[in-house]
Design a protein around this ligand. Sequence first.
Ligand SMILES: [Zn+2]
Length: 245
Amino acid sequence: MLVDVHCHLDHELFSKDIDEVIERAKDMIAITAGVNHESNLNVLKLSKKYENIKASLGIYPLDALEMSDKEIDNEIQFIKKNSKNITAIGEIGLDFKEGKNRERQLKILTNIVNELEYLNKPFIVHSRGAEKESVELFEQLNVKKVVFHCFQGDFSVVKRIEDNGWMISIPCIVVRSKHFQNIINEVKLSQLLTETDSPFLSAESGKRNEPFFVIETIKIISRIKKIDEDEINKILFKNYQNYFC
Ligand SMILES: [Zn+2]
């Protein structure tokens, strides 16, 4: 069984044909991630409607910068209240490329992690332009389960993720990214997962992505690790079960 640990099925690009998108993904698990309150509500609706769609609730770092302390606290309480209906917490993280106020981002992320770690669910982390800082924050807070999504950091930081027993999810852009091909080559299979970040990060530039396209990533992992695709699927599904279930 295939797994997409990170996608955004509530995105407006799916509004016209979500049933078909999920039909193509009927033999797989897809974890759809919320980025703000409205998106979290939609994610919960999708996971209730479709059995193979799992919910992850979060506050995206750039959305968090638009929110007051009170609003952030309300959203954290909302996530706690829905803890039985979710598989993971995210999308959360840091974005030093687009987000200006670094101090505030660090404070908000620390708060989210401290408040929600007791739920014992993986955090799905965005770390654009803040790869090292993200890893350091989760190390300082001594967090057990972290999935670094679309991780662009250099290899010394990749190694720390692996050594901490955390996971790296490989997006479909691996077909045209030497960086992700290198990660597959260097990192143990036990620390890898697959994701699409649909509708973004498509294998083919400009095309809308969807969960079913994790097959593209599986092909590359199979080729680099020299293990056949069925076996790769089994191992990655086990990784998902060990970490999320
Ligand atoms: Zn995302």
